[in-house]
Design a protein around this ligand. Structure first.
Ligand SMILES: [Zn+2]
Length: 124
């Protein structure tokens, strides 16, 4: 998919620089000159530059999303444990209805936890 690759360092990270009437393609990682661009090549180079930008944006947003999902998973796991503990306390007190209410809360958080873990497994 990347048409232009730096011969010196193998990078596909490129930029265009105009020198008078000539349009040069350069490596953005090591600075090497790659080639002079004609009209068609220039269009392809601009496309490659845009694609690389888009790819970086997707990578960055995936990192943010995974961080968010991890925090959400922590919260849900903690809440599930808290409600199970409360359910046991209600049972100790002999309050079976309170026990059922707390268990229902714990089960709700458990369902969300399963779903988040499923999402994370599919992301790998
Ligand atoms: Zn290079």
């Amino acid at each position: 998919m990347n048409k232009f690759i730096c011969k010196r360092c193998g990078s596909s990270n490129i930029h265009i620089q105009e020198n008078g009437t000539q349009i040069g393609l350069y490596c953005s990682d090591c600075g090497a000159w790659i080639k002079w661009l004609g009209k068609d090549d220039r269009r392809l180079a601009e496309l490659q530059i845009q694609n690389n930008k888009d790819k970086n944006k997707v990578l960055e947003s995936n990192v943010d999303n995974n961080d968010f999902i991890d925090k959400l998973l922590d919260y849900v796991t903690k809440s599930e444990e808290d409600y199970y503990e409360l359910a046991f306390k209600e049972m100790d007190k002999g309050n079976m209805q309170g026990n059922l209410v707390m268990q229902a809360q714990a089960t709700a958080f458990q369902r969300v936890r399963y779903y988040i873990q499923h999402l994370l497994d599919n992301n790998k």
